[in-house]
Design a protein around this ligand. Structure first.
Ligand SMILES: Nc1nc2c(c(=O)[nH]1)N[C@H]1C(S)=C(S)[C@@H](COP(=O)(O)OP(=O)(O)OC[C@H]3O[C@@H](n4cnc5c(=O)[nH]c(N)nc54)[C@H](O)[C@@H]3O)O[C@H]1N2
Ligand SMILES: Nc1nc2c(c(=O)[nH]1)N[C@H]1C(S)=C(S)[C@@H](COP(=O)(O)OP(=O)(O)OC[C@H]3O[C@@H](n4cnc5c(=O)[nH]c(N)nc54)[C@H](O)[C@@H]3O)O[C@H]1N2
Ligand code: SF4
Ligand SMILES: [Mo]
Length: 706
């Protein structure tokens, strides 16, 4: 039957997903995806990853059927199996682990936040395992948790103009979503719109990113020293009396101790640490404190250090001191659409099913209890425990949407753990990966064009509809698979819905709409209100915005931020700098890729054919390294081969290596993942004491011609 060309409105999930899109169909075939000019979240923007969606969907290498290992593990010998058989096998194996060893001997893993996140956590809780593994310790969650203990919510830049004001001053700190497309639920193009309108822009970044052009101040700090910079800015705001006296007096806790605490953290103290001139620190602090309203846009640049949690706290204190919390054009707490059940586990722990995990199981989590604010089981500790058996060795794992061999640190340990020690591994993915090659069972996941969903903007001011318009082979929505396995294991209490559509209806129940009606409506928005603290206070122990954190105090951690020098650095380890003279950053996100994803997508790979390391021209010249030549980046722990990109926007003793590289075009099962993966450069001995985060942006290395 011939069908007319038509357009379906949906929302993209080529990254964390913020852009509303138009899906152009010719009959059943998707011919194009374009930006939706009427979108409230993206106003027509589409990045190359979004445009490549049909190419990704139809890619010949997509996993299309469940595969069961037939050869030795990691030998790349597979047979096709049915979903029924695959699910029966998982139920049998997971149940056996539960009966013979205990439920904590099963681990659930996923990568970054994904549409099914609340289900993987819910499954882990329902199964009774505290061993939920994901990269949250170094991504976003440190800022979310720091926000939670400081003001009981996550403050987000108020860029959509609901309050009739746009930020007059923008302090962009360790975030580059304007160039990478989106981050943390915000479209970079929408942010760019308010940047253009702002009176003043301040950029804090070790690299000369695009926003630096046209900025009033660029503080090019040494990577990993942002907490010192923030403390010196707090010092300036307080000693010069530039804080918002009314907000501080009525709505904050601990101003006096804070003022005493920062007395010695002068810009002159910070200058040799951060390499930012004291006068520049003062000027930026003054500008931020006196231009109203101002928003602070933060990013993953601050998470990936051993001091990220404290840095997050310090930046929140800056927002609070200057009275920019929950005011139009400042940093606001969103009001979710009315009646919606917030499925994001960061908002509603009941949706994440925490009520199902027996309290005595929590003690069996494999973090050694070392990190009081660790969001999950600490991945490097987990993988190490698999190899050493200390304190115990998990028997089975289900990895849904993660490629930890290349996106995590300790890839060689992860490999050893999966190859030699894990008894049973299931991987759900869109493509075969170096990690999936070590599985016993590989399950084909649905791409976003194959999904019906209620899409949440992080911490949420609206929800969007995603519409299923295709199905390739036998791919399935990850949540449907989790449903089946949960039901097979008898976890009906935690998964009471007959299927995913009943679950989506339940999320929407109190809005008076079911999923079918919502699909027609396409968007549900919250009714934004500002200065909610005036009537409601803040959800913290003191009911106020806490400069002095009672939760930190309770955990025996410093209640006010302190600067900690990166463990490997010109200051901490001057002796090592003769051999490793560069500060190593890795993992600044790339527009064309999403971590280890899309390297096999031609249109995207063409934009970015090889892994690169940014190096200053002077340093390159000294080492005889020319543009585009292959170099080796080597740390005390490993090495990776990348291509030099000369960049004068980086300090002469800093290099910035691309992360998570593998070669999907190289032969399986390895895909040459050990050749160019900068993640192999990191050791496993330095972690943030609060969250277990890793110094991915402040390590040391040497560089030489390959
Ligand atoms: N050196 C260094 N390393 C880093 C970072 C850094 O800054 N430096 N950043 C870190 C950060 S912030 C993060 S969040 C992590 C990300 O770590 P990961 O989430 O592990 O990375 P990805 O490569 O995005 O995803 C892994 C796999 O998920 C699959 N996938 C995508 N969507 C779906 C889906 O809907 N269902 C299923 N089943 N599979 C899906 C992809 O095909 C891919 O193979 O990496 C971290 N790694
Ligand atoms: N295209 C694309 N988009 C993505 C992703 C992707 O892989 N590709 N990944 C998604 C994920 S999981 C995440 S977490 C977000 C992250 O996105 P962002 O929050 O933008 O984080 P990054 O790109 O890691 O780094 C942002 C900036 O921080 C700077 N930076 C590094 N070290 C420091 C430091 O010590 N101090 C300061 N002040 N700045 C520093 C870097 O130079 C970089 O310009 O992006 C998401 N969006
Ligand atoms: S920024 Fe993300 S959501 Fe927007 S088009 Fe690109 S991949 Fe899709
Ligand atoms: Mo991330």
């Amino acid at each position: 039957m011939h069908q007319e060309p038509r357009i379906v409105r949906s929302s993209c999930r080529g990254c964390h997903g913020v852009c509303q899109v138009l899906v152009h169909m010719d009959g059943e075939k998707i011919v194009k995806v374009s930006g939706d000019p009427d979108s409230v979240t993206s106003r027509g923007y589409l990045c190359p990853k979004g445009a490549a969606a049909p190419e990704i969907l139809y890619h010949p290498d997509r996993l299309k059927f469940p595969l069961r290992r037939v050869g030795a593990r990691g030998e790349n010998k597979w047979e096709r199996t049915s979903w029924e058989a695959a699910i029966a096998e998982m139920v049998e194996r997971f149940d056996r682990i539960r009966r013979e060893w205990g439920s904590e001997y099963f681990a659930m893993a996923q990568g970054t936040g994904r549409p099914y996140t609340e289900f993987t956590i819910r499954f882990a809780n329902a199964f009774g395992t505290p061993n939920f593994i994901n990269p949250g310790h170094l991504c976003y969650l440190p800022r979310v948790i720091a926000s939670d203990i400081t003001l009981g919510g996550l403050p987000v830049s108020d860029i959509y103009g609901f309050g009739g004001k746009s930020p007059a001053c923008i302090l962009n700190w360790g975030c580059n979503h304007v160039e990478t497309g989106s981050a943390d639920g915000m479209c970079g193009a929408m942010f760019k719109r308010v940047v253009r309108k702002a009176e003043s822009v301040i950029v804090v970044d070790p690299r000369g990113i695009g926003l630096v052009k046209g900025a009033d101040h660029w503080l090019q700090l040494r990577p990993g020293t942002e907490c010192a910079l923030a403390l010196a800015m707090i010092h300036t705001v307080i000693t010069e009396g530039l804080f918002d006296g009314d907000f501080v007096r009525h709505y904050t806790f601990g101003f006096e101790p804070l003022a005493r605490h920062v007395r010695f953290f002068t810009p002159e103290w910070a200058e040799p640490i951060t390499r930012v001139p004291a006068e520049s620190i003062r000027a930026a602090a003054r500008k931020f404190a006196t231009t109203k309203p101002a928003c602070l846009q933060w990013g993953n640049g601050i998470d990936t250090s051993v001091n990220g949690f404290q840095t997050g706290r310090a930046l929140l204190i800056l927002m609070g001191l200057t009275g920019n919390i929950d005011v139009p054009g400042g940093n606001v707490l969103w009001v979710p659409p009315q009646g919606i059940r917030p499925k994001s586990p960061l908002i509603d722990m009941n949706v994440a099913g925490v009520q199902f995990l027996p309290p005595e199981k929590k003690a069996r989590i494999l973090t050694g209890g070392k990190y009081p604010f660790a969001p999950n089981c600490h991945p490097p500790t987990f993988w190490k425990s698999m190899v050493t058996g200390d304190p115990y060795r998990v028997r089975g794992i289900w990895i849904v949407g993660s490629n930890p061999l290349v996106t995590g640190t300790q890839g060689l340990t992860v490999e050893k753990a999966l190859r030699n020690h894990m008894e049973y591994t299931v991987v759900s993915d869109l493509f075969m990966t170096p990690t999936a090659q070590l599985a016993d069972l590989v399950l084909p996941a649905a791409h976003w064009l194959e999904q019906d969903d209620v899409v949440y903007m992080h911490k949420i001011w609206c929800v969007l509809a995603r519409k299923k318009v295709a199905r390739i082979g036998e791919t399935r929505d990850d949540r449907d698979v989790i449903f089946d396995v949960a039901h097979g294991l008898g976890l009906r209490e935690a998964f009471p819905w007959p299927d995913r559509y009943a679950y989506l209806d339940w999320l929407l129940e109190e809005t008076g709409m079911n999923f079918k009606a919502f699909k027609e409506k396409e968007v549900l928005m919250g009714d934004m209100r500002y200065r909610k603290y005036e009537s409601d206070g803040f959800k913290t122990p003191s009911g106020k915005f806490e400069f002095y954190s009672k939760v930190m105090e309770h955990e025996g951690r410093p209640p006010m931020p302190l600067y900690v020098e990166p463990p490997l650095s010109p200051i901490s380890t001057p002796d090592l700098m003769t051999e490793y003279p560069f500060i190593l950053m890795s993992g600044t996100k790339k527009l064309a890729f999403f971590h280890s994803e899309y390297h096999q997508i031609q249109s995207l790979r063409k934009r970015h054919p090889d892994p690169v390391v940014e190096i200053h021209p002077t340093a390159a010249a000294r080492l005889g390294i020319s543009e585009d030549s292959w170099v080796v980046v080597e740390s005390p722990h490993g090495r990776a081969k990348l291509r030099a990109k000369l960049f004068d926007g980086i300090a002469p003793d800093v290099v910035n290596a691309e992360h998570a590289w593998w070669y999907p075009e190289a032969p399986p099962p390895d895909y040459q993942w050990r050749v160019s993966c900068a993640n192999l450069l990191y050791g496993d001995d330095h972690f943030d004491p609060d969250t277990g985060s890793e110094p991915l942006k402040c390590y040391i290395c040497k560089v030489y011609r390959a």
